[in-house]
Design a protein around this ligand. Structure first.
Ligand code: TRP
Length: 375
C-alpha cells in the first residue's frame, strides 16, 4: 500500500494514508478540543492516555452529553464488534477506553455482536461461523474486566426478537436514497445489507425499552462507523429519543508498513490467542522507523513517527507520557536502536496477552451472565 493512495474510509474498508483532520471535515464531526477535554476531566479526574494522546480525536454531541450529565441526566454507553475473525490488539484499544468511561461514569454498556452483519456482508462466512465467532469474541470483551451487572452483550441473531420492533421503527423512517447516499450501495448489493443499518441503530435506543428511562447513548468507536450514526441521529428525534453521541478514535496501525491492524494480514497483527513465540516473531518482523544498520541508526537516528513499534507504545504499552517522550528523543538521536524497543515491546505484549488469555478462559464460565436476554 502506498502513502499516496487516496484515502478511503467506510465501515467496510480503510485504505490509503488516513488524514484525520480531513476525515473530521468529510464526515462533518467535531474535533475533540482541549476545552472539551477539560470539561471531561472535571468528571473523570485523570484523562485516559488515549485522550491525552488524541487517539480519540473527534466526536458528535459529547458536549451535549456533558450538559445533560451536569444537569442530572445520565447516559449509557454503546459499542460493538463485527465478528468476522479472531480479536486482535487493535480491537481492544477502544474497548479498554470504553471500560474506563464505564468505570468513571458508572454507567451501563450495551455491546452489539453483529453476527448477522458479518454473515450478510462477508462472502465466505456461514451463519454458524459468525455466531461462533461472536461467542468467542465476547470472551475477549469479558476478559477486559467488564462486570455483568452493568454490561449487556447483544448477540444479534440470538437476541433478534428483542431488537426487531425498534429496528422496524428505524427502518420505516430511513429511505433507500438516504441509505444509498450514506453507504454507497450498488445494484449488486444484497438486500440483507440494505436493511442492516437499522439493526446497528437499535442499541442506541434499547435502554428505554428495557428500563423506561429516556437517556442518551454515547458510542466510543473507530471513526469508520460514523455513517451508521448519521442515520441513527437523523431518525432519533422522530422516535422520541436523544440523538446518539459519539466519541471517535483513530485506527490502530498494524505492524506492517501503513494501514490499520487487520486480521486479513495475520503476520502484522497480534491476536489475543497468539503464543509468546508468535508475538516475538511478529514484533521482530515489524516495520520500524529505524535505519538499515545499527551504525547508521547511531549516526543519523530513527523516525518514531513512522515506526509501528513506537505506535504500540503510544496506543497501549507505555502509560507514562514522559517515558514516551524519552523513547522518541532517544530514537531520533540514535541513542537507542530498534532491537532495544522490540525487546521491551515483546516483553510487554507477551505479559499482557498471557494475562488476558487466563481471564479469557475464565470468561467461558460466565458469558451467559452478560447476555442481554439473561433472566
Ligand atoms: N459494524 C461494526 C463492525 O463491523 C460492529 C458494530 C455494531 C459496532 N455496533 C457498533 C462498532 C457500535 C462500534 C460501535 O465492526
Amino acid at each position: 500500500m502506498s502513502d499516496e493512495e487516496d484515502m478511503v474510509v467506510t465501515p467496510w474498508e480503510v485504505r490509503g494514508k488516513v488524514d484525520y483532520n480531513k476525515l473530521i471535515r468529510q464526515f462533518g464531526t467535531q474535533p475533540l478540543t482541549d476545552e472539551l477535554m477539560k470539561r471531561l476531566q472535571k468528571h473523570v479526574g485523570e484523562l485516559h492516555p488515549q485522550l491525552r494522546r488524541k487517539l480519540f480525536f473527534s466526536h458528535r454531541d459529547l458536549d451535549v452529553i456533558l450538559d445533560l450529565y451536569e444537569k442530572g441526566t445520565r447516559f449509557v454507553l454503546y459499542t460493538g464488534r463485527g465478528p468476522s475473525g479472531p480479536v486482535h490488539i487493535g480491537h481492544l484499544v477502544p474497548w479498554i477506553f470504553t471500560k474506563y468511561l464505564q468505570d468513571k461514569f458508572k454507567t451501563r454498556l450495551y455491546f452489539q455482536m453483529t453476527d448477522d452483519e458479518k454473515f450478510v456482508v462477508e462472502q465466505n462466512l456461514k451463519l454458524d461461523e459468525t455466531a461462533k465467532l461472536a461467542y468467542d469474541n465476547s470472551l475477549d470483551l469479558i476478559a477486559l474486566g467488564f462486570k455483568p451487572e452493568n454490561t449487556y452483550i447483544i448477540f444479534d441473531v440470538k437476541d433478534i426478537s428483542l431488537l426487531y420492533d425498534i429496528a422496524l421503527e428505524v427502518a420505516k423512517r430511513v429511505t433507500y436514497s438516504t441509505a444509498k447516499a450514506v453507504f454507497g450501495f450498488q445494484d449488486h448489493t444484497n438486500i440483507g445489507w440494505i436493511f442492516w443499518p437499522a439493526i446497528q441503530a437499535v442499541p442506541c435506543f434499547i435502554h428505554t425499552k428495557l428500563t423506561g428511562e429516556i437517556v442518551p447513548s454515547l458510542i466510543p468507536a473507530a471513526i469508520d462507523q460514523d455513517p451508521y450514526w448519521r442515520i441513527a441521529r437523523d431518525i432519533a428525534p422522530k422516535l422520541g429519543y436523544y440523538k446518539p453521541a459519539q466519541i471517535h478514535c483513530r485506527f490502530v496501525p498494524g505492524l506492517g508498513r501503513g494501514g490499520k491492524m487487520s486480521a486479513s494480514e495475520p503476520e502484522t497483527c497480534i491476536f489475543t490467542t497468539d503464543t509468546p513465540e508468535m508475538i516475538k516473531k511478529k514484533v521482530w518482523n515489524a516495520f520500524t522507523g529505524g535505519k538499515p544498520t545499527v551504525k547508521e541508526q547511531k549516526e543519523l537516528g530513527g523516525n518514531p513517527n513512522i515506526c509501528t513499534i513506537y505506535q504500540y507504545f503510544l496506543y497501549l504499552f507505555e502509560e507514562n507520557d514522559e517515558e514516551l517522550v524519552r523513547l522518541s528523543r532517544e530514537c531520533k538521536s540514535g541513542d537507542i536502536v530498534c532491537g532495544d524497543c522490540k525487546a521491551v515491546l515483546t516483553e510487554r505484549i507477551t505479559k499482557f496477552i498471557l494475562e488476558h488469555q487466563k481471564r479469557r478462559e475464565k470468561a467461558r464460565d460466565i458469558v451467559g451472565e452478560y447476555s442481554i436476554s439473561r433472566n
